[in-house]
Design a protein around this ligand. Sequence first.
Ligand code: HAM
Length: 427
Amino acid sequence: MAFQIPRGTQDILPGDSEKWQYVEQVARELCSRYGYREIRTPIFEHTELFLRGVGDTTDIVQKEMYTFEDKGGRALTLRPEGTAPVVRAFVEHKLYGSPNQPLKLYYSGPMFRYERPEAGRFRQFVQFGVEAIGSSDPAIDAEVMALAMHIYEALGLKRIRLVINSLGDLDSRRAHREALVRHFSGRIDELCADCQARLETNPLRILDCKKDRDHELMATAPSILDYLNDESRAYFEKVKHYLAMLGLPFVVDSRLVRGLDYYNHTTFEIMSEAEGFGAAATLCGGGRYNGLVEEIGGPEMPGIGFALSIERLLAALEAEGVELPTDEGIDCYVAALGERAKEEAVRLVYELRRAGLRVDQDYVGRKLKAQLKAADRLKAAFVVMIGDEELDKQIATVKEMASGEQTNVPFGELASFFTERTRREGE
Ligand code: HAM
C-alpha cells in the first residue's frame, strides 16, 4: 500500500524549499529593520486559549479546530492562528513589564484549520505574522500595514491592494450590533442556519458569511462606519492620515469585518489582484485587538498585528511571473578516477567544506564521464579531477565549468584557490 499525504497538506520539495527560505528570509530581514524580534510558541495550546482568544462563535472555533485529548486528559488544539498564542506568551512571561513598549514580535510557522481544501486553502499552512503589543498610537497601525506591504513589494509583487476598515471601540460596536439585529431580524429566515444562529450570538459574523455573501440583505446592512463614535472616528482618520503620509494607497471597505472576534478599531486585508486568484485572493489579514491581552489574563493593553500565508504569497508571486532564486548550484565537484583517488576525494571534499565551500562528490560508483555529468546537473562552478597522476604529483586538475578553462592546482592550495574565486559579491 502506498501512503498519501493527508488532505489539505503539502510537501515542499527541494527546488521549492529554496523559494520558501528566500521569502521567509526577506520577511525576517524587513521585520528586523522595523524593530520586530522573533517569538516561537508551541504548535499546540490549551483549547481554552482559542475559545477565549479567537472567540467561541467564530467559524475557526466552531468548525475548524484540530482538537484532541492527550494521554493526560487535557484538551489541546493545534494552533489555528498565531495571535492568541503570542498574547498568551506575552502574559505568561510578563512581557508587559518590559521597558521596551510596544513590544514588537514576529513569528513564522504552521497553523492548522479544518477547512475545505481548494486552491490556496490548506489544512496546514504557514503564517508569517507580527504583533505589536502595548501601543494605541495610530502610527503603529500604519507601521504594521506598511511592513506587510513592504514585504510584498520587496519580493516583487505589484498587483496588491490594501483594504482597510474600522470596527471602532466597544461602544461603537454595540451601537452597530443593535442596528444589525434590527436590520436582519425581520428577514433572518432568508439566510442560512449559521446566520440565524449568529443573529443571537454575534451578528457581526453574519457579514462574514461565505454562503449568503451575495444576499440583498448584506449589501444593505448598516455600515459600521456610520456607527463609529467621535473617538473611534478620530482614531480611524489618524490611521488613514498616516497611511497617506507614507504614500500607501488603500481603499476603505466597511464590510471588512474579519473572521476572528478579537478585533476593534483598525482591520485590514491585503488582496492580490493578479489573474487566477479566487477565494485565496486574501494574502494577508490583520487588525487591532485592544482588550485581548486582558481577556487572556494580562493587564489592559492594546495590540495590533497581521498574518500572511506563505503559500498564498508564493502563489501570487507565480501569478505575477516573479522569478525567485531556486537552486544556486555548488562551488565545486570532486571527480575521482580509481580507488586511491576516491580516498583522496573523500578527504578533500571534507577539507573544502570545512573551508566554507559547497562541495560534493560521487557516491554511486559513476565513471568519470558520468561524474562530470553529475557535476553539471549540480551546477558546479568548478570540477576538481583526481586520478593516479594527480595523486603522484599532489596536483589536481581544476576545470572551470563556465569557460572550460583548466588549471593545475597543488592539493594544499585548493581551498584558497576556490575561496578566492567563489567569493560572491557582498560577502
Ligand atoms: P486570518 O485572516 O485568519 O488572521 O489569517 C491570516 C491569513 O492567513 C489570511 O489572510 C490568509 O492569507 C492566511 N490563511 C488563513 N487560512 C488559510 C488557509 N486555510 N490556507 C492558507 N492560508 C490561510 C489571523 O490568523 C490573525 N491571527 C491575523 C492577525 C495577527 N491579526 C492580528 N494579528
